[in-house]
Write a protein that binds this ligand. Structure first.
Ligand SMILES: [Fe+2]
Ligand SMILES: [Fe+2]
Length: 270
């Protein structure tokens, strides 16, 4: 069965609302295998529903970031809490990808193909980390989580340009900057397997940021100069003016950041 455009959009929004992680992942994989890029784009007949709260399991204890216990990864429980936090980030990343697909319906078909592919990768990251967490003796939901990524997506729900700036080109790009130092710390503590999982994710996340950059540039008419100006103005609009250093220049350049954008981020305080 191949999905028509409006069916694909509907399936993305229904997947977004699914609470059960296994059901959500199954629904995304089905969306991925039934979406063919050659499917024609048709008028959307669907009534738009603004999803304020995505589907996520009732067992999750969502708290403010400042209320999360701070633990080092040197202890068994601290290491498990770290893997749990990453597992939840990947679960949120599935929701973020589904949100971008169903919310912004005016883009070329390849945009949706890219995001469905990305969403499938977020599902595999989530499944991989959740299984790893189980080998450490814990389950998804055993630790409290914060909701910052979803909150960030809500800020930008009226503008695809802003969404691309804030999620793939800020939050996910930040992940590229910090992976190497996280891996060193994990290896110091003997957590080789977790470090290897991070490497797998890191390599695919470069592609996610690259997808964000590609469509950001598209919305800026292909002009790097305009893209850089827009990027800076969006970061400023939302008060994001401090960026921890060092940036991972190699990964960021591969992921579509321009030298001017990197120079701007490097000129901001840490
Ligand atoms: Fe991911
Ligand atoms: Fe990602």
């Amino acid at each position: 069965m191949s999905l028509q455009f409006s069916e694909m959009i509907e399936k993305a929004s229904t997947s977004l609302l699914i609470k059960d992680p296994d059901e959500k992942v199954k629904s995304v994989y089905s969306l991925k295998s039934n979406w063919k890029r050659e499917t024609g784009k048709t008028e959307i007949q669907l009534k738009f529903i603004d999803v304020i709260v995505p589907g996520r399991p009732d067992f999750l204890n969502i708290v403010h970031k400042k209320d999360l216990p701070r633990r080092g990864i040197g202890t068994a429980i601290g290491h498990a809490a770290f893997v749990h936090a990453l597992t939840h980030i990947e679960f949120e990343a599935i929701n973020l990808a589904l949100d971008i697909i169903y919310r912004f319906t005016e883009m070329p078909l390849n945009f949706y193909t890219d995001w469905i592919q990305l969403c499938g990768e977020e599902c595999s990251h989530f499944e991989m980390l959740r299984s790893h967490l189980q080998t450490l003796g814990y389950s998804y939901g055993d630790f409290p989580v914060h909701d910052d990524l979803w909150d960030l997506s809500q800020l930008s729900k009226h503008s695809l340009l802003e969404r691309l700036a804030l999620i793939p080109r800020m939050a996910e790009a930040r992940g590229l900057d910090v992976t190497a130092s996280m891996q060193s710390r994990l290896l110091e503590c003997g957590h080789t397997v977790t470090s290897e999982k991070l490497q797998t994710i890191y390599e695919e996340e470069i592609g996610h940021v690259q997808t964000g950059s590609k469509w950001f540039l598209y919305l800026c008419g292909g002009s790097q100069e305009i893209a850089c100006k827009e990027y800076i103005s969006i970061l400023n609009k939302y008060g994001f003016t401090e960026f921890r250093k060092p940036l991972n220049r190699t990964a960021r350049l591969k992921a579509g950041f321009s030298e001017q954008e990197l120079a701007y981020l490097e000129s901001c305080s840490s």
